[in-house]
Design a protein around this ligand. Sequence first.
Ligand SMILES: *Cc1c(COP(=O)(O)O)cnc(C)c1O
Length: 460
Amino acid sequence: MDLPFSESFKIKMVENIHRSSRPERETWIKEARYNLFNLRSNQVYIDLLTDSGTGAMSDKQWSEMMLGDESYAGASSYYKMKEAIKEITGFDYFLPTHQGRAAENVLFSAMIKEGDIIPGNTHFDTTKGHIEFRRAHAIDCTIDEAFNTTLDYPFKGNIDVDKLEKVLKSHPKEMIPLIIVTITCNSSGGQPVSMANMKAVRELANKYEIKVFYDSARFAENAYFIKTKEEGYAGKSIREIVREMFSYADGMTMSSKKDAIVNMGGFIGFREKELFEKASMFNILFEGFISYGGMSGRDMNALAQGLYEGTDFNYLETRIRQVAYLGQKLKDYGVPVQYPFGGHAIYVDAKRFLPHFPVEEYVAQTLAVELYLEGGIRGVEIGTLLADRDPETGKNRYPELELVRLTIPRRVYTNNHMDYVFAALANVYDRRHEIKKGFKIVKEAPILRHFTVELERVKN
Ligand SMILES: *Cc1c(COP(=O)(O)O)cnc(C)c1O
């Protein structure tokens, strides 16, 4: 008999979670105004809201916490982190920050001015927020294939080099401080960027003398996809692939809450001293001195260790196969999910799940609430609520895709939990024809409303 695939870790510490009853969940979700962000975590059985900062640290990371050096300047923890970043990414200079968006804030303060153009593949929402906050413009140059959830294309995170060249050609280089490549592309579903595409972007950037930075939250998952899907990389190690990826960039921003498997932390990596020095001033202003920048020594230690573990092939295989395990079960059952599966989440296509449902009643949110009622599972709406209103007309913006994201935390749940999630969603799918009514908004914030929105059921 062939031995089956199994996890590359065993469990040393457990955290109990509680299954609730449907009547309990009905009360709780109503009290939460049908907004899953308003639920208390103990009202959730399986929490798939995000994979950001929700991973389980290893025994080695916890022991590194005890060795943290809390000196204000020149701490050994700073040097440990510097060494790990140099070894894994190849970047000589770095600045620690408290999380990914802080890295964006510091870097963009040094690079972006009003009116600038920042092309890339679909910019993550905080990245776009930090660009637009500076009255600059994020231009999405993702390939068209990314927007078809059923098309089987291995690198849906790729940049369309023709679209990119058009942007580079039509503006003076002084207006384009950098190109941002997001690996994997979170906003298009954790979809990877191929090495060939990174190389092509580098060549174009050289031609037009523009810098390239990677938004790198899930760089290791991206490397795993290159190894398993791109020709010529099967025999290379994850670390070799990561080094080659970053060799095509001038620097990186990192949310370490993702692939560095820590609960909080981030950094910026730089190739050039000059830009590092310019950004250092903003780091000191916003984050803290350059040798800790918003992180304690123990957290820098855990992060350094997490970078090594996050780029280990066996870890990545366990993680990405778990995501695909859930995705494949749903797909086989006929539940419409984005395909191919991304690195960190399964995206359920709510419009195809509930085709006759009125989108004005928030179809993806309705599905997310149904899944919570069915099994105490918390996913997140990526649809009209997230898209906010048009600032000019005040009308809802209806995005092309209405998705429910089921995000899998790193090293937290077992495949039995995935079976449970599958069964709950399959039950909802079986009774999809009974789901006819959604929600209306009773209270909302002017921007980023999905965090705090309050809803009420539409009456028959
Ligand atoms: C999470 C994330 C960020 C922001 O990082 P935070 O640590 O949440 O501030 C930026 N870009 C991408 C691609 C991300 O996934």
